[in-house]
Write a protein that binds this ligand. Structure first.
Ligand code: EPS
Length: 414
C-alpha cells in the first residue's frame, strides 16, 4: 500500500494543484480525506486572507479577494469520503489577452522563465512563469487549512511565523504555554513576526528594498504542537516524516533551504550538546508525548524520521523574489542579445505570505502521516484508532520484557 504513494492516490492523502496565475482559477484536488470531517470554511478563508497579506506585497493582492469554493467531496459542510475538489477564482483573469498578458522573451534570473521555456521548447516564458507563479500557493493554502481542520480534531496545532530577514531576526522561543500569546503577537504584526521590535526592523528593510527597486526573502518557521509519538517511520527512507516535510517546504516557490530543529547549527556542536536527554514524568503519561519529557528540542520533534512527542520545528529559507523592478542582466531568447530581464508586476517581499503557505504544507504532511498510521474511511474510525493507540502506548510494556535469565533458559533447552 505504501510503495506507490505518489501514484496510488487511494492509498493515502495526496493533493494536486492546477491553474495559472492569470487563468480563471487555481484549484486543488485532495484524495484520501476521511468522511465526516467538519470543514471550518471561516478558518480556511482566513488563512487565504492571511496569505494575501503581509507588508511587502505588490498590487495584485488589491485585485484579488481569495475565497474557497468546494466543488466536490463536501456535503453540508462535511467531507463525504470522495475526492475533495476546491478552487479559488482569479479576478485578474487575462491569460489569453495578448495585450495585457504578452509573451515574455527576456527571462528573469531566479524565476522558472529560462529553464521552463527551454524545457517546453519555446522562447516565450509565459506558460512556465504562469504555472510557476506563487499564485498556485493559494490552492495549497486552502488544502493545508483542510488538513489543519483534520489535525485540530486531535488537538494538533500548526503554527507558522516569520523569524526574520537580513539582520532583523527574533530569537523568540515557542512552547505550549506561550503559544496563545505568541499567536496574538504574530497576528498583530504586519509581517507575521511575533516580536514587535523585529517586525519594525523587517518593515524598514522591506521599505528600503522597495526604494532600491530590490527584493527580499527571509526565514519562515513552523511549529506543530500535540503530535503523538510515532508519526512517520524509520522503516523506509520515503516514509521518514522529516524527509517529507523537507520535500513539502522546499517545494514552496522560492524556498532554497529547509532545517529541522537545530538544523545546520548541528555542525557546530558536539553530540552531547545536540542530542536531547530523555526523562520520564508519570503525571504526563496520558499526553501524546506518553510522559517522555525532553529538556531540550534540538531534534525539532523528529528522531529516526518519526515524531518523538515534542513539537515539530521546521524552518525554511526563502530567497528574494526574482522579479526586480531594476531588472537583472539577461538575454533575449529570440535574438540571444544581452537585455535587462522583463519586469512583471510583483511583490517586494512575500515572506509573511510564505509563512502561511508553509504552515499549510507542513500540516498536509503531518495529516498524511497521521492518516497512514490511524487510517479508516471515516472520522469515527480515525478517532477510535487514535484513542486505541494512545491507550496501548499507556499500557506499555505490552509483553513481559526479555531478561538475561530468559535467554540462558532458552539456550539450555536448545
Ligand atoms: C508572482 C508574481 C505576482 C505575484 C504572484 C507571484 O503576480 P502578478 O504578476 O499578477 O502581480 O503577485 O503571487 C500571487 C499572485 C499570489 O497570489 O501570491 C510570480 O511571478 O511568481
Amino acid at each position: 500500500m505504501q510503495q506507490n504513494r505518489y501514484h496510488a492516490p487511494m492509498a493515502t492523502l495526496t493533493y494536486h494543484t492546477a491553474g495559472e496565475s492569470h487563468g480563471p482559477a487555481v484549484t486543488c484536488l485532495i484524495y484520501g480525506m476521511p468522511a465526516g470531517l467538519v470543514l471550518d470554511i471561516q478558518f480556511i478563508n482566513s488563512e487565504l486572507t492571511r496569505r494575501q497579506g503581509g507588508y511587502g506585497r505588490g498590487g495584485r493582492q488589491k485585485i484579488e479577494n481569495d475565497k474557497v469554493t468546494f466543488i466536490g467531496g463536501v456535503r453540508l459542510g462535511k467531507t463525504t469520503g470522495g475526492p475533495v475538489a476546491l478552487q479559488i477564482p482569479n479576478k485578474d483573469n487575462r491569460l489569453d489577452d495578448l495585450k495585457r498578458t504578452p509573451p515574455v522573451y527576456r527571462p528573469r534570473p531566479g524565476h522558472a522563465d529560462l529553464a521552463g521555456s527551454v524545457k517546453w521548447l519555446t522562447t516565450d516564458c509565459r506558460n512556465s512563469l504562469e504555472r510557476a507563479s506563487a499564485r498556485e500557493t493559494a490552492a495549497r493554502t486552502a488544502a493545508g487549512a483542510v488538513a489543519q481542520c483534520l489535525l485540530g480534531e486531535f488537538g494538533i496545532e500548526t503554527f507558522g511565523f516569520v523569524r526574520g530577514l537580513l539582520d532583523a531576526n527574533t530569537d523568540i522561543q515557542l512552547n505550549e504555554n506561550n503559544l496563545l500569546e505568541v499567536k496574538h503577537a504574530r497576528n498583530q504584526s504586519e509581517v507575521y513576526c511575533p516580536d514587535e521590535s523585529t517586525s519594525k526592523k523587517i518593515i524598514a528593510h522591506i521599505r528600503q528594498a522597495k526604494i532600491d527597486k530590490d527584493t527580499l526573502g527571509g526565514l519562515a518557521e513552523v511549529h506543530v504542537f500535540g503530535c503523538p509519538i510515532g508519526l512517520g517511520s524509520c522503516a523506509h527512507w520515503d516514509e521518514k516524516l522529516d524527509a517529507r516535510l523537507a520535500f513539502a517546504v522546499m517545494s514552496i516557490q522560492a524556498f532554497k533551504a529547509v532545517e529541522i530543529g537545530l538544523g545546520k547549527e548541528c555542525a557546530t556542536r558536539p553530540g552531547s550538546q545536540v542530542q536531547d536527554p530523555i526523562e520520564y514524568d508519570e503525571s504526563k503519561r496520558g499526553q501524546p508525548s506518553a510522559g517522555f519529557v525532553r529538556p531540550s528540542n534540538n531534534a525539532g520533534g523528529l528522531e529516526g524520521g518519526m515524531t518523538n512527542g515534542q513539537p515539530i520545528v521546521v524552518r525554511g529559507t526563502m530567497k528574494p523574489i526574482s522579479t526586480l523592478l531594476q531588472g537583472m542582466p539577461s538575454v533575449d531568447l529570440n535574438t540571444k542579445q544581452a537585455e535587462q530581464s522583463t519586469y512583471e508586476r510583483s511583490d517586494v517581499c512575500a515572506l509573511p505570505a510564505a509563512s502561511v503557505v508553509m504552515q499549510g504544507v507542513v500540516a498536509l504532511e503531518v495529516a498524511r502521516a497521521f492518516l497512514e498510521k490511524f487510517g479508516g474511511d471515516t472520522m469515527h474510525e480515525l478517532h477510535a484508532n487514535y484513542e486505541n493507540y494512545l491507550a496501548m502506548v499507556q499500557r506499555l510494556p505490552l509483553e513481559k520484557p526479555i531478561e538475561a535469565g530468559d535467554l540462558e533458559a532458552d539456550q539450555t533447552e536448545a
